[in-house]
Structures are given as C-alpha cells and as structure tokens.
Design a protein around this ligand. Structure first.
Ligand code: NAP
Length: 262
C-alpha cells in the first residue's frame, strides 16, 4: 500500500490472460512499468514473447494456454506456483466476440463464446484461487463489459457471457470476504483492438487500448468494485438499462440486423 491508501503494483505477482493482444497486452505493459512481476497467457506464444519483450526489464513468465481447457488452466497454475510460489492479482481478460444475425441461429457459436469467455474464466478462477489464498492482499479481477448492463441486439452470445461473468463475480465477491480476496469487475465501452476492428458499425466514444489499460490500473490500485470507462458511455448504458422495457426495446430496435423470420 502507498501512503495514499492505494495498492501499488510494485513487486506484485500478477497473472493476465488474453495478454497477447489488445487491452491485455496494453495492460501487461502498463503494469510492468508500474513494477509488477507478470505471468501472461494467450494461445499465441510468439505474440506473448513480443509482449514480454515490450515489458522489459520487468520479470515476465509466459504461460501459453487455451483458456477453454480446464486442464491447461490447472497446469498453468502449477507452473506459476513453481516459479512465483503464489499470486497477488489475477486479471482474467481473455475473450472473443461473435454476433447473432437472425434468422441464422447457431447454438454452436453460442457455446463457443460461452466456453471461451465464461467457462474459460471459471477454469482460471479454479486454478488461481489456491494461489491467491497464499498471496499478498489478493485481488481477483475479471473482464466483463458495459454490454452486460442490458440486453443489446446481436449480443445474445457475447453479452450473455459478459453478464454471466459479472453475476459470477458479484456473487463470488461476497463468498470471498472471509478469505480477504478482493474482487473487481472491468466494464469497458468500446476500445480499439483487433476484436473491435472487426466491427462494421459506429463505435461511439471509442478509446485506445493504452487509455483503457491506464483506467484499469488505476481501478486496480483503488480496488474499485466496478472499473467502468469511458464514464459517460457507461452511464448512458446504465440509464438505458433502467428504462421501461417497451421504451428500451423500441430505442434499441435500429441496432438489430435480423431479417423478418418466419
Ligand atoms: N475491445 C473492446 O471494446 C472491449 C469492450 C469490452 C470488453 N472487452 C473484453 O476485453 C477482453 C480483451 O479484448 P480485446 O478487445 O483486447 O480483444 P483482442 O485484442 O482480440 O484480445 C483478446 C485476447 O484474448 C485471447 N484469447 C482469445 N481466445 C482465447 C483462448 N481460447 N485461450 C486463450 N486466450 C484467448 C487472445 O489471445 P490469443 O489469440 O493469443 O489466444 C487475445 O490475447 C475480451 O474479454 C473482450 O470481450 C473488449
């Protein structure tokens, strides 16, 4: 802790998933500059190595894995224990995004998104909890999204996975109180990354991955329950979420691309 009561990142052992690209790689660099010791995960070892190089001179361990594999998460947990002994913070950030455009409805796609975004997250928590219990002022941080605030058209798969993470962490926060493990939920608006580069619609108030990483680091230092940004964008979605359902549905209709299905 610093004199301002904030948790500094200096010397903290932090595991970040989805660190090979976008928000995760910017966050790894941001936390490395703040003095953290890192474990970075993703599937692509080459891109992880490039991120580790960008983090120099910070200590960085590569733990390549597919988050959707329970086994690979548990193995990574053991490798982390062997190298670092324990973990002080985890940032489970890995994720993918796919949209639904009716009349095409592919349950396989929804399962794929849930397997990576939600079950991948849950497997990470299973692997990390024993390490966090032995850590210093432990902190569990999960990547949700402002999409979790209300049901948005086309986001049946992605939004459900992010809402599941938010609910899961809100519940886990209470259950972890006796173990003194803090929980933070990250809810970004639009951030420019390879994930959003695939979007073909306007993304208001979009920010850079570096700006997002700075907001996340500050939220982690404050132990904010919910780290949301950009603040105005998050506020607008929270207002939309509390509108009467019929009004909200009418307001959101132009965002849908579903063709008239039989
Ligand atoms: N960008 C936004 O506007 C925005 C807004 C709200 C929330 N988010 C969330 O922020 C997180 C990061 O997204 P991003 O925008 O930075 O996207 P990104 O640049 O595409 O990064 C996604 C990261 O997740 C990893 N990943 C994906 N599938 C994986 C798997 N099966 N196993 C292990 N790692 C996997 C990728 O690594 P590999 O490809 O190397 O596996 C990559 O490092 C996601 O959870 C996303 O939903 C993003």
């Amino acid at each position: 802790m610093s004199t301002s009561g904030r948790q500094t990142m200096q010397g903290r052992r932090i595991w970040i998933t989805g660190a090979s690209s976008g928000i995760g790689s910017a966050l790894a660099i941001e936390l490395a500059r703040a003095g953290a010791r890192l474990v970075i995960s993703g599937r692509d070892r080459g891109r992880l190595q490039a991120v580790a190089d960008a983090c120099k001179p910070a200590e960085v361990m590569l733990a390549p894995l597919d988050v959707a594999s329970r086994e690979e998460n548990l193995v990574a947990g053991e490798q982390i224990r062997a190298r670092f002994g324990a973990l002080d913070t985890v940032v489970f950030n890995a994720g993918i995004c796919e949209y639904v455009d009716l009349p095409v409805f592919d349950a396989g796609m929804i399962k794929r998104v849930m397997d990576i975004n939600f079950m991948g997250f849950v497997y990470g928590v299973e692997a990390a909890l024993p390490l966090l219990r032995e850590g210093n002022a432990p902190h569990l941080v999960g990547m949700s999204s402002t999409v979790a605030y209300t049901g948005l058209p086309r986001a049946e798969a992605y939004g459900a996975s992010k809402a599941a993470i938010r609910y899961f962490l809100q519940a886990l926060r209470v259950d972890l109180l006796p173990q003194k493990i803090d929980v933070s939920i990250i809810c970004p608006g639009f951030v420019k990354t390879p994930l959003t580069d695939l979007n073909d619609f306007p993304m208001p108030m979009q920010i850079s991955a570096e700006t997002a990483a700075r907001s996340i680091r500050k939220g982690m230092e404050r132990r904010s329950h919910e780290i949301r940004f950009p603040v105005l964008f998050a506020l607008i979605l929270r207002v939309v979420a509390v509108l009467p359902s019929r009004l909200r549905t009418r307001l959101l209709r132009p965002l849908s691309r579903s063709e008239k299905s039989k």
